[in-house]
Design a protein around this ligand. Structure first.
Ligand SMILES: Cc1cc2nc3c(=O)[nH]c(=O)nc-3n(C[C@H](O)[C@H](O)[C@H](O)COP(=O)(O)OP(=O)(O)OC[C@H]3O[C@@H](n4cnc5c(N)ncnc54)[C@H](O)[C@@H]3O)c2cc1C
Length: 464
């Protein structure tokens, strides 16, 4: 990269906020990847911004010099969105990490994009308020990354996903213009909904610099149930039956045995029900103990009717935290188990979960490969880890695309989509035409060109 560009960047963000060249090679390493196994690319320069105005100046410079800009939150993405596959500038929001205001009258919180999502939870909960979206990575990922990916999480069953809570956004367009969309507004239909367009746009349309999120009162009562099954399919059948009974738990998570055994090995301690073929982790919440107790009794009975071995009820926060710790560690544990692996994030209508899980196991058997399924069963959103174990490299290279494509075709045949919350990014872009027709892809390409005609913002993402 031209030394003049680096000098200009130093003038914009300050010397200490630019990483460049051999002496910064070690400090730049974390910016070469996100959490996708095996995907890396070197940025030419990393800049850590502290304001929207700095982002705007960087865009104006990047336009003049035609340098690619890749936005980055915390780098915990699972589709390669923050990986600078065309080099250029990595624009990190990690220093824009202030919670600007908790507005108790309007039930809104205003934050910068680099705030870690779990910090928002803790700050608003201290005021008796509740921000429901809770990606399993919540203590590592940023709210800006959640917005760019349209992140979900276990509580989506009852409370929806990130996009259902965003009322206002400031964003910097690739032209360098700063726009303010929405505000502390529960309703707003003034023109096209650019907020919803930017959510899930994977850092390809604009850089988000300020966010206003809607809050709810914190529910007073929470109960978690851990339910083991000796039959993988019976656990899946229970999920659709609970929903059919018109009970909406906060979360229904599915964990296959191998995922829990991997967590045991990572934590070096035994988890309950280690012989179960699969477990459900079900959370219920509400404002009165009577209502929550009533629901969990019905849910517990349904689980037992479907052959559950037991129903462990966790009412105190220590036991609940232990159960959720195991769930949140699954991805890390599987990475320890098989450092080379491939992860899918398919989503189907909730009632189609049983045929999806059955079909995935058939595909795995046919290809003689180990798959571990877990995830947000209550949303029909399943994460499938395909583990390399000791499969030779050559076979692995051809096996992954074959297995992925079969899983996608199965998912689409059940009315589903190829990603529920992790995004298309780099890893799924070649499969976009399987999921969307050409006319839709063309409209999306044209929208992108309106925002970014010179294609400097996060090139190489989403589109094949
Ligand atoms: C262990 C683990 C568990 C996970 N669990 C979940 C889960 O339950 N639910 C879920 O939805 N996801 C989950 N994820 C995926 C991931 O954490 C989310 O996608 C998260 O939103 C990424 O945030 P980040 O700050 O790390 O983003 P990054 O990886 O830094 O970036 C992700 C994308 O956002 C763009 N971006 C970042 N900041 C901005 C900004 N300010 N403006 C514009 N674009 C921006 C980047 O360019 C990139 O395309 C999990 C990941 C891991 C590793």
């Amino acid at each position: 990269m031209d030394a003049g560009i680096v000098e200009a960047l130093r003038r914009i963000v300050g010397e200490g906020n630019v990483l460049f060249g051999a002496e910064d090679a070690e400090a730049m390493e974390p910016y070469t990847h996100d959490e996708v196994v095996g995907l890396r690319a070197d940025p030419e320069v990393v800049v850590r911004v502290t304001s929207a105005e700095q982002v705007a100046e960087i865009f104006r410079l990047a336009q003049r010099e035609r340098v690619p800009v890749t936005p980055r939150g915390a780098g915990y993405g699972l589709s390669g969105g923050a990986v600078p596959i065309h080099g250029g500038i990595v624009l990190s929001t990690e220093k824009m990490n202030r919670i600007l205001e908790i507005d108790k009258e309007n039930l809104m919180v205003t934050v910068e994009p680099g705030v870690i999502t779990g910090d928002i939870h803790r700050a608003v909960e201290a005021e008796g308020l509740f921000y429901p979206p809770d990606p399993a990575s919540l203590d590592s990922c940023s709210i800006g990354g959640n917005i760019a990916e349209g992140a979900g999480g276990p509580r989506a069953v009852k409370y929806g996903v990130t996009r259902h809570y965003v009322c206002g956004l400031d964003a910097v367009l690739p032209s360098g213009e700063i726009i303010t969309c929405g505000g502390k507004l529960v309703k707003n239909v003034t023109g096209y909904d650019l907020i919803q367009l930017l959510i899930g746009s994977e850092g390809t349309l604009a850089v988000v610099t300020k966010i206003i999120l809607r809050l709810l009162p914190l529910p007073k009562v929470q109960v978690d149930l851990l339910v083991p099954y000796d039959n993988f399919q019976a656990a899946a059948d229970t999920v659709s039956d609970i929903i059919a009974h018109r009970i909406l738990p906060t979360a229904i998570e599915f964990m296959e045995r191998d995922s829990l055994l991997a967590v045991e090995r990572l934590l070096k301690k035994e988890l309950p029900y280690r012989d179960a073929a699969a477990c459900l982790l079900i959370q219920l919440d509400g404002n009165s103990p009577e209502a929550v107790d009533g629901d969990y009794e019905v849910v517990g009975d349904l689980c037992l009717e479907h052959g559950a071995q037991d129903v462990l009820v966790a009412k105190d926060s220590r036991t609940r935290d232990r159960l959720w710790e195991a769930r949140r560690l699954i991805i890390e544990a599987l990475n320890h188990e098989s450092p080379v692996n491939h992860m899918e994030d398919v989503v189907v209508p909730r009632a189609e979960l049983p045929p999806l899980l059955k079909g995935i196991k058939e595909i795995a058997r046919r290809h003689a490969v180990r798959t571990v399924c877990f995830g947000h069963a209550g949303d029909g959103n399943v994460h499938v880890n395909v583990l390399k174990d000791d499969i030779p490299d050559e076979r692995w290279e051809s096996l992954v695309p074959a297995v992925a494509e079969e899983i996608y075709r199965l998912t689409l045949s059940l009315g589903g989509m190829i990603t529920g919350e992790h995004g298309v990014g780099v890893t799924r872009r070649r499969y976009l035409p399987l999921a969307l027709d050409e006319a839709q892809i063309e409209v999306m390409r044209r929208i992108r060109a309106v925002f970014d005609p010179n294609h400097i913002l996060n090139p190489g993402k989403i589109f094949p």
